[in-house]
Design a protein around this ligand. Structure first.
Ligand code: 7PM
Length: 273
């Protein structure tokens, strides 16, 4: 069972988290219009398509991206969270900033998705003070430089040690186990070979005893394996998602919700038969 505020997910089937990026690089006019109507339309479509959670992100963690100010991030995500959460939809916010977490929770977000795994000062306390869920993700390095000189002796061991430590820190801060999700952080300070080993051995992360989320949708590893540009990676992304589900992943973070939900329906029917 996963508790996200008032929402409770039994985890007897894989959940789909639909990605809603509200950054200037994800639309044409710099964000205001997108935040106003296009983002809401997109959220509605993902819900129609079967998304369980809408993951709203207002900061670009793209390597080399200019940092987003707290004020700007708040302006991008808070109005949207209010509108979507008001309909009773589970909303997750993809942020590293405690002040954004706090405002997002006040606006109705019921999950914090943090690529820094609550390492920012004050982040653990913000999440512990509410009944929201948290996704603790592994990242090696900082977004700006994380893809430079990436090396590991054993990437799976490093990710496990990190996630175990962050889950313990979360529990020590008062975040109960039923609110914690772990994510190996595909693409965050990892080369293709590291992402493949992590996916191949995902069961070892699942064995830590927390629900595992996986985000490989449209990422460069899929591009490297297929030779496809970002908009042409649906099939590759779904293959990766199913490989993750086969190894016990419980949440799939995806851009192409309709196709992902269809694939999971077929997968599940086969498993249950
Ligand atoms: C630039 C770089 C743009 C990276 C977008 C991204 C994950 C996440 C992201 C993930 C969790 C993307 C990423 N990826 N949260 N947020 N897990 N929990 O490709 O893998 O969407 S942002």
């Amino acid at each position: 069972m996963l508790t996200c505020g008032a929402h409770r997910f039994p985890l007897d089937r894989t959940l789909v988290m639909g990605v809603l990026n509200v950054t200037p690089d994800s639309f044409s006019d710099g964000g205001r219009y997108f935040a106003g109507t296009a983002a809401l339309d997109h959220a509605r479509k993902m819900l129609d398509d079967g998304a369980d959670i809408i993951d709203i992100g207002g900061e670009s963690t793209r390597p080399g991206a200019a940092p987003t100010s707290e004020r700007e991030e708040l302006a991008r995500v808070v109005p949207l969270i209010e509108k979507i959460a008001a309909r009773g939809v589970p909303v997750s916010v993809d942020t590293r900033k405690p002040a954004v977490m706090q405002a997002a929770i006040a606006a109705g977000a019921t999950m914090i998705n943090d690529v820094c795994a609550l390492r920012a000062p004050g982040a653990l306390e913000v999440v512990a003070g509410h009944s929201v869920a948290v996704c603790l993700m592994h990242m090696k390095g900082e977004p700006a430089t994380m893809q430079q000189n990436v090396t590991y002796t054993d990437v799976v061991a490093d990710v496990k040690i990190f996630l175990v430590e962050r889950a313990a820190a979360a529990e020590a801060a008062g975040i109960t186990r039923d609110r914690i999700v772990l994510d190996p952080g595909f693409g965050f300070g990892k080369k293709v070979e590291h992402n493949l080993v992590l996916l191949r051995r995902l069961s070892e992360i699942v064995a830590l005893g927390f629900p595992v989320a996986v985000g490989m949708s449209r990422k460069s590893t899929i591009g490297a394996l297929t030779g496809r540009e970002v908009g042409e990676r649906v099939a590759g992304s779904i293959a990766a998602a199913l490989a993750a589900v086969a190894r016990g992943a419980k949440i799939i973070r995806a851009h192409d919700v309709r196709e992902t939900v269809d694939a999971l329906k077929v997968w599940r029917a086969v498993q249950e038969g």
